[in-house]
Write a new protein. Sequence first.
Length: 306
Amino acid sequence: MDQLVAMTAFVRAVETGSLSAAARSLPSSLTSVSRQISALEEHFGTRLLLRTTRQLALTDDVRILYERAKSVLGEVREIEAALARDPHQPSGRIRVSSPSLIGRLVIAPLLVEFLRRYPAVAVDLLLIDRAVDMIEEDIQLAIRIGRLRDSQLIARKLTDLQMIVCASPEYLARRGVPRAPGDLSAHDCLVFSDSPGSAEWRFADGTKTGRKFRISGRLWMNSLEALVAAAREGAGIVRVPSWQVQTDLTDGRLQRLLIDHEPAPTPLYLTLQPSRLASPKIRAFVDFLVEQWGKIDAFRGPSARR
């Protein structure tokens, strides 16, 4: 049995939903695809696919095989592409995921220079506000906020993100300046959420995790950019990452509040699968992003804190 050919048939059957569709897409015969998957089942000693009346289904124990097989096939394609070109020249396609705000305002503008430097590389930037499964979704690099739980990933810390609260001078002149987190219950807070309801913001209180305070929110949105725009117009107090409003703070359109009560910063990482590190295109992207990140004023040391 050619295991790579069999794995290709198995992965394609899962993705297309049937053996016949897999055979058409390869292209191959239905008999050949069925024989290859049967050989895989015999090799691993387990049933790989459950055939229902409408579709194929993976058993729970075999789902990891599908994810790993898909990753292996992707790496084989990368090796073939690298051998067809200069093995030291970055080339091929990179799939990168990022939280939507950072991806849109920070990563996307940097890609112009990266693509200019490496004309043989293409980039798919996926703006996703959730934790991605890098293997299952075939993502080589991911920007992640917060502590990492998956110890199998390689992580490069890019910076720390500081959440702050701020408001326009006009709003503060009209409603007063809050001196402690508890004062926010008497203010108009601008809340980031998909579903309006009760809201809490976390502040430092001398403990490791901090303390959550109930706030009073009259305006709810699922867009931080729209909330910041409303704050500039005097609609209320907003809580955002400091880098997003650095220019507004410098120019005086917004004023930073409750500085002494700000929670501990949250780390921002660039993560990748260990098997991807040897790829020239991955190394080029990691080195480029780390280099460029250090040049962004909004993420530099003390200026981000105060």
